[in-house]
Write a protein that binds this ligand. Sequence first.
Ligand code: SAH
Length: 247
Amino acid sequence: MAGRLGIVFGLALGLLLALLPGTALGEPAADAAKHALWADVDFKISRLHGEIGFGELSPAVRDALHGVPRDQFVPERQRRHAFENRPLPIGFGQTISQPLIVAIMSELLAIEPGDSVFELGTGSGYQAAVLDALGARVYSVEIIPELAERARDTLDRLGHGGVETRVADGYFGWPQAAPFDAIIVTAATDHVPPPLLQQLKTGGRMVIPVGSRYSTQKLVYIAREPDGTLRTREILPVTFVPLTGGH
Ligand code: SAH
């Protein structure tokens, strides 16, 4: 009798915990959710082959993604959703990008260890941590001081202290650290900021969502060829929060 009561109590407690908003997933559930997330990303990337130009992630990008705990970059009440393949709110009207899009952008940048990379839009710090895990020297700029501060704490706590961050309008890049092997813009703009093009090395790669803030944008890939000319390719439709600032 007592045993059965214990089971009933246990089940009820389990159900209650599962339904409580804001509780993190238990470890086995989190592992399963993580596994399902990255399997979903792999599947979607294989389906997008024709548009994005590759059908699978390189081992380096896959290892980096699998190694960075996305749940640590979202506010506590979003933790239980951290391994779902969608953007999540991080406060101040901003979002952490969808894992699929982080994966595609990271792959397109073709990071080699030691590359210097500029990120416009630190947000949660998640994308910066993935780039750091790929061995890049990361310079990331965020315009909202509170987000920048929180990202700084998270990056330090998770061993990504090497990521350079600062509060500024990223439209102007980071002239003191330029030029860059790669540039990633994680907020939507209706044009490619000229200062960023100027700060892209010969042989460098940029990914940027271009288009109206009121509709979906196009993820655009830009490479500066060895002869200095720019080669541009539209990758796929995306939805990002808008670039802000007084530029
Ligand atoms: N890369 C982030 C997602 C960022 S969302 C992550 O991994 O979590 C886009 C971010 O760009 C927001 O935090 C927003 O505040 C920031 N942003 C918007 N306009 C900006 C600007 N002009 N300069 C710097 N950051 C900007």
